[in-house]
Design a protein. Structure first.
Length: 123
């Protein structure tokens, strides 16, 4: 596993949004999907409001890799399912970063959304 540099972690972690492009089975990239991104410790995470049934999330399952663009950082990444033990810290990161959007942030804090938590790892 490769880690983000401290500078890239800071940039991605403070970016308001992230563009995610997952790879299709043939290796081509899907259209970008804009979403919230959070940093917890030395990792960055995304979640699907629609859970594992969300279209963009299902797209990550083809090859478990793609490309992200956030805060001026563009990287090829691997999508790793987060361990349930990581959910509480990711919840806290979403509350801290996006808590000003009170009625919206709750949608990424549901059990449905938690099950779709992906850790983004540079490759």
């Amino acid at each position: 596993m490769t880690n983000f540099s401290d500078a890239d972690l800071a940039k991605v972690g403070t970016a308001e949004e992230l563009d995610l492009r997952s790879e299709r089975g043939d290796g081509t990239l899907r259209d970008p999907v804009t979403m919230w991104v959070v940093r917890s410790g030395d990792h960055v995470y995304v979640r699907s409001v629609k859970g594992t049934a969300g279209p963009w999330y299902r797209g990550t399952l083809s090859r478990h890799q793609g490309r992200i663009d956030a805060g001026g950082v563009q990287r090829q990444v691997t999508f790793r399912r987060a361990d349930p033990g990581e959910y509480a810290a990711v919840d806290a990161a979403y509350r801290e970063k996006y808590g000003r959007y009170t009625s919206i942030v709750e949608h990424v804090l549901t059990d449905l959304a938690r099950e779709s938590t992906l850790r983004l790892e540079p490759r």
